[in-house]
Design a protein around this ligand. Structure first.
Ligand code: TXA
Ligand code: MG
Length: 351
Protein backbone atom coordinates (compact mmCIF):
# COMPACT_ATOMS: atom_id res chain seq x y z
CA UNK A 1 0.00 0.00 0.00
CA UNK A 2 1.31 3.45 -0.86
CA UNK A 3 -0.09 6.68 0.54
CA UNK A 4 0.32 9.70 -1.75
CA UNK A 5 -0.37 13.18 -0.42
CA UNK A 6 -0.64 15.91 -3.07
CA UNK A 7 -0.29 18.54 -0.34
CA UNK A 8 3.28 17.45 0.41
CA UNK A 9 4.32 15.44 -2.70
CA UNK A 10 4.23 17.60 -5.82
CA UNK A 11 4.23 14.58 -8.16
CA UNK A 12 1.53 12.62 -6.29
CA UNK A 13 -1.17 13.23 -8.90
CA UNK A 14 1.17 12.38 -11.77
CA UNK A 15 2.27 9.14 -10.08
CA UNK A 16 -1.33 8.17 -9.38
CA UNK A 17 -2.35 8.92 -12.98
CA UNK A 18 0.48 6.79 -14.33
CA UNK A 19 -0.53 3.90 -12.11
CA UNK A 20 -4.13 4.13 -13.35
CA UNK A 21 -3.01 4.33 -16.98
CA UNK A 22 -0.84 1.24 -16.37
CA UNK A 23 -3.92 -0.65 -15.18
CA UNK A 24 -3.31 -0.39 -11.41
CA UNK A 25 -5.61 0.54 -8.54
CA UNK A 26 -5.65 3.99 -6.94
CA UNK A 27 -8.09 5.08 -4.26
CA UNK A 28 -9.05 8.68 -4.88
CA UNK A 29 -10.83 11.30 -2.80
CA UNK A 30 -14.08 12.75 -4.13
CA UNK A 31 -16.41 15.25 -2.49
CA UNK A 32 -18.80 12.38 -1.57
CA UNK A 33 -16.68 9.40 -0.47
CA UNK A 34 -13.35 7.85 -1.50
CA UNK A 35 -13.48 5.73 -4.65
CA UNK A 36 -11.34 2.74 -5.66
CA UNK A 37 -10.27 3.70 -9.16
CA UNK A 38 -9.04 1.88 -12.24
CA UNK A 39 -9.13 2.79 -15.92
CA UNK A 40 -12.67 2.25 -17.16
CA UNK A 41 -11.70 1.07 -20.65
CA UNK A 42 -9.62 -1.91 -19.48
CA UNK A 43 -11.45 -5.08 -18.43
CA UNK A 44 -8.41 -6.44 -16.57
CA UNK A 45 -7.97 -3.25 -14.57
CA UNK A 46 -11.68 -3.24 -13.72
CA UNK A 47 -11.45 -6.90 -12.66
CA UNK A 48 -8.83 -5.83 -10.09
CA UNK A 49 -11.41 -3.53 -8.50
CA UNK A 50 -13.96 -6.33 -8.17
CA UNK A 51 -11.30 -8.66 -6.74
CA UNK A 52 -10.01 -6.10 -4.21
CA UNK A 53 -13.51 -5.25 -3.03
CA UNK A 54 -14.78 -8.81 -3.04
CA UNK A 55 -17.68 -7.49 -5.10
CA UNK A 56 -19.60 -9.59 -7.63
CA UNK A 57 -18.48 -8.57 -11.11
CA UNK A 58 -22.02 -8.06 -12.41
CA UNK A 59 -22.34 -4.95 -10.21
CA UNK A 60 -22.03 -1.90 -12.45
CA UNK A 61 -19.47 0.75 -11.49
CA UNK A 62 -19.67 4.51 -11.84
CA UNK A 63 -17.26 5.94 -14.41
CA UNK A 64 -15.69 9.25 -13.35
CA UNK A 65 -14.91 11.80 -16.02
CA UNK A 66 -13.12 15.17 -16.01
CA UNK A 67 -15.86 16.94 -18.01
CA UNK A 68 -18.94 16.53 -20.15
CA UNK A 69 -16.96 16.02 -23.35
CA UNK A 70 -15.22 12.97 -21.85
CA UNK A 71 -18.62 11.66 -20.70
CA UNK A 72 -19.84 11.64 -24.33
CA UNK A 73 -17.15 9.11 -25.19
CA UNK A 74 -18.98 6.43 -23.17
CA UNK A 75 -22.56 7.01 -24.30
CA UNK A 76 -24.74 6.09 -27.26
CA UNK A 77 -27.13 8.90 -26.37
CA UNK A 78 -27.20 11.66 -23.80
CA UNK A 79 -30.91 12.23 -23.12
CA UNK A 80 -31.98 15.88 -22.70
CA UNK A 81 -32.91 15.33 -19.05
CA UNK A 82 -29.38 14.05 -18.34
CA UNK A 83 -27.96 17.06 -20.17
CA UNK A 84 -29.97 19.42 -18.00
CA UNK A 85 -28.97 17.65 -14.79
CA UNK A 86 -25.28 17.53 -15.66
CA UNK A 87 -25.26 21.16 -16.77
CA UNK A 88 -26.73 22.13 -13.40
CA UNK A 89 -24.86 19.81 -11.03
CA UNK A 90 -21.53 18.85 -12.61
CA UNK A 91 -18.91 18.94 -11.33
CA UNK A 92 -20.60 17.63 -8.22
CA UNK A 93 -22.29 14.78 -6.34
CA UNK A 94 -24.56 13.59 -9.18
CA UNK A 95 -24.37 10.33 -11.15
CA UNK A 96 -26.50 9.91 -14.26
CA UNK A 97 -27.31 6.53 -15.80
CA UNK A 98 -27.46 6.86 -19.58
CA UNK A 99 -27.39 4.48 -22.59
CA UNK A 100 -23.88 3.10 -23.05
CA UNK A 101 -21.84 3.02 -26.23
CA UNK A 102 -21.66 -0.78 -26.60
CA UNK A 103 -17.99 -0.58 -27.57
CA UNK A 104 -16.88 1.08 -24.33
CA UNK A 105 -16.42 0.13 -20.69
CA UNK A 106 -18.43 -3.11 -20.87
CA UNK A 107 -16.72 -4.62 -17.82
CA UNK A 108 -17.05 -1.41 -15.80
CA UNK A 109 -20.76 -1.36 -16.61
CA UNK A 110 -21.09 -4.90 -15.29
CA UNK A 111 -22.53 -5.88 -18.65
CA UNK A 112 -25.46 -3.42 -18.45
CA UNK A 113 -26.37 -1.59 -21.66
CA UNK A 114 -26.32 1.63 -19.65
CA UNK A 115 -23.49 3.42 -17.88
CA UNK A 116 -23.28 5.50 -14.70
CA UNK A 117 -21.28 8.70 -15.21
CA UNK A 118 -20.11 11.28 -12.71
CA UNK A 119 -17.88 14.34 -12.88
CA UNK A 120 -16.69 14.95 -9.31
CA UNK A 121 -15.81 18.38 -7.92
CA UNK A 122 -13.06 17.44 -5.46
CA UNK A 123 -9.93 19.24 -6.67
CA UNK A 124 -7.70 16.17 -6.27
CA UNK A 125 -10.18 14.00 -8.19
CA UNK A 126 -10.40 16.62 -10.92
CA UNK A 127 -6.63 16.91 -11.24
CA UNK A 128 -6.28 13.13 -11.35
CA UNK A 129 -9.00 12.76 -14.00
CA UNK A 130 -7.44 15.51 -16.08
CA UNK A 131 -3.99 13.94 -15.78
CA UNK A 132 -5.45 10.60 -16.92
CA UNK A 133 -7.27 12.27 -19.83
CA UNK A 134 -3.97 13.86 -20.89
CA UNK A 135 -2.66 10.30 -21.13
CA UNK A 136 -5.73 9.31 -23.22
CA UNK A 137 -7.65 7.61 -20.43
CA UNK A 138 -10.99 9.41 -20.42
CA UNK A 139 -12.76 7.62 -17.58
CA UNK A 140 -11.89 6.13 -14.21
CA UNK A 141 -14.27 3.47 -12.89
CA UNK A 142 -14.56 3.79 -9.13
CA UNK A 143 -16.94 2.24 -6.65
CA UNK A 144 -16.71 3.40 -3.07
CA UNK A 145 -13.34 2.27 -1.68
CA UNK A 146 -14.64 -0.21 0.85
CA UNK A 147 -14.89 -3.97 0.86
CA UNK A 148 -18.20 -5.26 -0.46
CA UNK A 149 -21.15 -4.43 1.79
CA UNK A 150 -19.18 -2.30 4.23
CA UNK A 151 -19.30 1.37 5.12
CA UNK A 152 -17.97 3.79 2.50
CA UNK A 153 -14.73 5.56 3.46
CA UNK A 154 -14.72 9.32 3.91
CA UNK A 155 -11.07 9.71 4.96
CA UNK A 156 -7.83 8.30 3.56
CA UNK A 157 -7.21 6.43 6.82
CA UNK A 158 -10.51 4.55 6.31
CA UNK A 159 -9.29 3.32 2.93
CA UNK A 160 -6.03 2.22 4.50
CA UNK A 161 -8.03 0.25 7.10
CA UNK A 162 -10.03 -1.46 4.33
CA UNK A 163 -7.18 -2.45 2.02
CA UNK A 164 -3.89 -2.52 3.91
CA UNK A 165 -3.87 -6.28 4.15
CA UNK A 166 -4.90 -7.11 0.62
CA UNK A 167 -5.46 -10.87 0.49
CA UNK A 168 -3.22 -13.34 -1.34
CA UNK A 169 -2.83 -12.53 -5.01
CA UNK A 170 -4.64 -9.20 -4.79
CA UNK A 171 -3.22 -6.03 -6.17
CA UNK A 172 -1.66 -3.35 -4.07
CA UNK A 173 -3.90 -0.30 -3.62
CA UNK A 174 -2.37 3.16 -3.72
CA UNK A 175 -4.23 5.86 -1.83
CA UNK A 176 -4.35 9.53 -2.81
CA UNK A 177 -5.02 11.56 0.31
CA UNK A 178 -7.46 14.42 -0.20
CA UNK A 179 -8.56 14.95 3.38
CA UNK A 180 -12.05 14.33 4.75
CA UNK A 181 -14.81 14.19 2.11
CA UNK A 182 -17.07 17.22 2.30
CA UNK A 183 -20.44 15.61 1.51
CA UNK A 184 -19.82 12.32 3.31
CA UNK A 185 -22.49 10.15 1.62
CA UNK A 186 -22.42 8.81 -1.93
CA UNK A 187 -23.68 10.71 -4.95
CA UNK A 188 -27.32 11.08 -5.91
CA UNK A 189 -28.01 8.64 -8.77
CA UNK A 190 -30.63 9.40 -11.43
CA UNK A 191 -31.43 6.85 -14.10
CA UNK A 192 -32.00 8.89 -17.26
CA UNK A 193 -31.99 5.91 -19.62
CA UNK A 194 -35.73 5.31 -19.50
CA UNK A 195 -38.85 7.22 -20.45
CA UNK A 196 -39.22 8.69 -16.98
CA UNK A 197 -36.17 9.56 -14.88
CA UNK A 198 -35.80 7.52 -11.69
CA UNK A 199 -33.97 8.48 -8.52
CA UNK A 200 -32.01 5.33 -7.63
CA UNK A 201 -30.13 6.72 -4.63
CA UNK A 202 -30.64 10.00 -2.76
CA UNK A 203 -27.57 11.97 -1.72
CA UNK A 204 -26.76 15.60 -1.03
CA UNK A 205 -29.02 16.51 -3.97
CA UNK A 206 -32.64 15.85 -3.07
CA UNK A 207 -35.53 14.63 -5.22
CA UNK A 208 -36.99 18.15 -5.27
CA UNK A 209 -33.72 19.68 -6.51
CA UNK A 210 -33.45 17.01 -9.21
CA UNK A 211 -37.09 17.46 -10.29
CA UNK A 212 -36.73 21.25 -10.46
CA UNK A 213 -33.92 20.90 -13.00
CA UNK A 214 -35.31 17.84 -14.80
CA UNK A 215 -38.47 19.81 -15.53
CA UNK A 216 -40.54 16.65 -15.18
CA UNK A 217 -41.60 14.26 -12.40
CA UNK A 218 -38.88 11.89 -11.19
CA UNK A 219 -39.81 8.50 -9.76
CA UNK A 220 -38.14 7.46 -6.53
CA UNK A 221 -37.18 3.82 -6.28
CA UNK A 222 -36.57 2.85 -2.62
CA UNK A 223 -35.68 -0.52 -1.09
CA UNK A 224 -39.18 -0.59 0.45
CA UNK A 225 -40.87 0.45 -2.79
CA UNK A 226 -38.58 -0.66 -5.61
CA UNK A 227 -39.51 0.44 -9.08
CA UNK A 228 -40.73 -2.78 -10.73
CA UNK A 229 -39.60 -1.61 -14.17
CA UNK A 230 -36.06 -0.89 -12.98
CA UNK A 231 -33.32 -2.94 -14.60
CA UNK A 232 -31.53 -5.18 -12.13
CA UNK A 233 -28.88 -2.94 -10.61
CA UNK A 234 -27.04 -4.78 -7.92
CA UNK A 235 -25.54 -2.55 -5.30
CA UNK A 236 -28.83 -0.86 -4.60
CA UNK A 237 -29.46 -3.81 -2.28
CA UNK A 238 -31.51 -3.09 0.82
CA UNK A 239 -28.75 -4.37 3.06
CA UNK A 240 -25.68 -2.30 2.43
CA UNK A 241 -23.33 -0.01 4.29
CA UNK A 242 -23.30 -2.41 7.21
CA UNK A 243 -21.25 -1.69 10.29
CA UNK A 244 -20.03 -4.78 12.14
CA UNK A 245 -22.33 -3.94 15.04
CA UNK A 246 -26.09 -4.46 14.68
CA UNK A 247 -27.80 -1.19 14.01
CA UNK A 248 -31.37 -0.30 14.92
CA UNK A 249 -33.32 2.84 14.11
CA UNK A 250 -35.71 4.20 16.72
CA UNK A 251 -37.78 7.31 17.28
CA UNK A 252 -36.50 9.41 20.18
CA UNK A 253 -39.32 8.40 22.54
CA UNK A 254 -38.73 4.75 21.71
CA UNK A 255 -35.02 5.27 22.35
CA UNK A 256 -35.80 6.78 25.74
CA UNK A 257 -37.97 3.82 26.71
CA UNK A 258 -35.43 1.30 25.42
CA UNK A 259 -32.69 2.93 27.50
CA UNK A 260 -34.86 2.80 30.62
CA UNK A 261 -35.08 -0.97 30.17
CA UNK A 262 -31.48 -1.36 29.12
CA UNK A 263 -29.75 0.48 31.94
CA UNK A 264 -30.51 -2.02 34.72
CA UNK A 265 -29.85 -4.92 32.35
CA UNK A 266 -26.46 -3.56 31.39
CA UNK A 267 -25.62 -3.01 35.03
CA UNK A 268 -26.58 -6.59 35.89
CA UNK A 269 -24.64 -7.98 32.92
CA UNK A 270 -21.59 -5.93 33.86
CA UNK A 271 -21.76 -7.34 37.43
CA UNK A 272 -22.08 -10.91 36.10
CA UNK A 273 -19.33 -10.61 33.55
CA UNK A 274 -17.12 -7.67 34.47
CA UNK A 275 -14.53 -8.53 31.81
CA UNK A 276 -17.00 -8.64 28.88
CA UNK A 277 -19.83 -6.22 29.49
CA UNK A 278 -22.05 -5.89 26.39
CA UNK A 279 -21.38 -2.66 24.57
CA UNK A 280 -24.22 -0.52 23.31
CA UNK A 281 -23.85 2.79 21.55
CA UNK A 282 -26.59 5.39 21.17
CA UNK A 283 -26.29 7.81 18.27
CA UNK A 284 -28.86 10.52 18.75
CA UNK A 285 -29.61 14.09 17.76
CA UNK A 286 -31.73 15.09 20.70
CA UNK A 287 -31.42 12.61 23.54
CA UNK A 288 -28.17 13.67 25.17
CA UNK A 289 -29.36 17.22 25.66
CA UNK A 290 -32.13 16.06 28.00
CA UNK A 291 -31.06 12.71 29.37
CA UNK A 292 -28.22 11.90 31.73
CA UNK A 293 -25.56 9.61 30.26
CA UNK A 294 -26.32 5.93 30.89
CA UNK A 295 -23.66 3.79 32.48
CA UNK A 296 -22.22 1.28 30.08
CA UNK A 297 -23.61 3.08 27.04
CA UNK A 298 -21.38 4.80 24.51
CA UNK A 299 -22.84 8.23 23.76
CA UNK A 300 -22.56 9.86 20.39
CA UNK A 301 -24.36 12.94 19.22
CA UNK A 302 -25.63 13.09 15.67
CA UNK A 303 -25.25 16.62 14.28
CA UNK A 304 -28.50 18.59 14.20
CA UNK A 305 -28.27 19.71 10.59
CA UNK A 306 -28.49 17.30 7.68
CA UNK A 307 -25.32 18.38 5.85
CA UNK A 308 -23.09 17.99 8.91
CA UNK A 309 -24.82 14.73 9.83
CA UNK A 310 -24.05 13.35 6.34
CA UNK A 311 -20.47 14.58 6.59
CA UNK A 312 -19.94 12.78 9.92
CA UNK A 313 -22.13 9.69 9.46
CA UNK A 314 -19.75 7.06 8.08
CA UNK A 315 -16.77 8.23 10.15
CA UNK A 316 -18.88 8.02 13.32
CA UNK A 317 -20.16 4.52 12.46
CA UNK A 318 -16.59 3.39 11.81
CA UNK A 319 -15.48 4.82 15.12
CA UNK A 320 -18.26 2.99 16.98
CA UNK A 321 -17.32 -0.23 15.22
CA UNK A 322 -13.70 0.29 16.22
CA UNK A 323 -14.79 0.61 19.86
CA UNK A 324 -16.20 -2.89 19.51
CA UNK A 325 -19.83 -2.04 20.27
CA UNK A 326 -22.31 -4.88 19.70
CA UNK A 327 -25.37 -2.73 19.16
CA UNK A 328 -25.86 0.75 17.77
CA UNK A 329 -29.18 2.40 18.46
CA UNK A 330 -29.75 5.33 16.18
CA UNK A 331 -32.39 8.01 16.45
CA UNK A 332 -34.47 8.11 13.26
CA UNK A 333 -33.61 11.26 11.29
CA UNK A 334 -36.28 13.91 10.69
CA UNK A 335 -38.78 13.37 7.87
CA UNK A 336 -37.64 16.42 5.99
CA UNK A 337 -36.17 15.97 2.49
CA UNK A 338 -32.77 17.37 3.46
CA UNK A 339 -32.31 14.17 5.50
CA UNK A 340 -33.27 11.74 2.70
CA UNK A 341 -29.67 10.69 2.02
CA UNK A 342 -28.79 10.11 5.67
CA UNK A 343 -32.08 8.30 6.31
CA UNK A 344 -31.51 6.07 3.27
CA UNK A 345 -28.01 5.05 4.41
CA UNK A 346 -29.17 4.37 7.97
CA UNK A 347 -32.10 2.24 6.77
CA UNK A 348 -29.80 0.17 4.63
CA UNK A 349 -27.32 -0.17 7.49
CA UNK A 350 -30.14 -1.41 9.71
CA UNK A 351 -31.57 -3.85 7.13
O1 TXA B 1 -20.40 9.12 -4.65
C1 TXA B 1 -20.30 8.09 -5.33
O2 TXA B 1 -21.13 7.79 -6.19
C2 TXA B 1 -19.09 7.21 -5.08
C3 TXA B 1 -17.85 7.99 -5.50
C4 TXA B 1 -16.59 7.17 -5.43
O3 TXA B 1 -18.04 8.53 -6.77
N1 TXA B 1 -19.19 5.97 -5.80
C5 TXA B 1 -20.06 4.99 -5.43
O4 TXA B 1 -19.97 3.84 -6.18
O5 TXA B 1 -20.84 5.11 -4.51
P1 TXA B 1 -20.64 2.45 -5.76
O6 TXA B 1 -20.16 1.47 -6.76
O7 TXA B 1 -20.35 2.15 -4.35
O8 TXA B 1 -22.15 2.67 -6.00
C6 TXA B 1 -22.57 2.82 -7.33
C7 TXA B 1 -24.02 2.54 -7.47
C8 TXA B 1 -24.36 1.09 -7.27
O9 TXA B 1 -25.52 1.03 -6.48
C9 TXA B 1 -24.65 0.61 -8.68
O10 TXA B 1 -25.60 -0.40 -8.72
C10 TXA B 1 -25.17 1.88 -9.34
O11 TXA B 1 -24.40 2.90 -8.79
N2 TXA B 1 -24.92 1.86 -10.78
C11 TXA B 1 -23.75 2.06 -11.44
N3 TXA B 1 -23.91 1.90 -12.76
C12 TXA B 1 -25.21 1.61 -12.96
C13 TXA B 1 -26.00 1.32 -14.12
N4 TXA B 1 -25.47 1.28 -15.34
N5 TXA B 1 -27.31 1.06 -13.94
C14 TXA B 1 -27.87 1.09 -12.72
N6 TXA B 1 -27.16 1.35 -11.58
C15 TXA B 1 -25.86 1.59 -11.70
MG1 MG C 1 -20.54 1.49 -2.41
Amino acid sequence: MRLLDPATQPDAIEQAARRIVAGGLVALPTETVYGLGARADDAEAVARIFAAKGRPSDHPLIVHVPNGAAALHFVSAFPPVAQRLCAAFWPGPLTVIVPRDPDTATAAAGGQDTIGLRCPSHPVARQLLEACANLDVLGVAAPSANRFGRISPTQAVHVVDEFQDAGEGLDEVWVLDGGACEVGIESTIVDCSREQPVLLRPGRLTLAEIEAVAGQPVLWSTPEAPDPAAPKAPGTLASHYAPRARLRLMADTQLDAALDVLEPELLAAALREPSHPPKVAVYSRSLWARRAPSKGVVHRSMPGDAATAAHDLFADLRELDALGVDLIWVETPPDDAAWDGVRDRLRRAAA
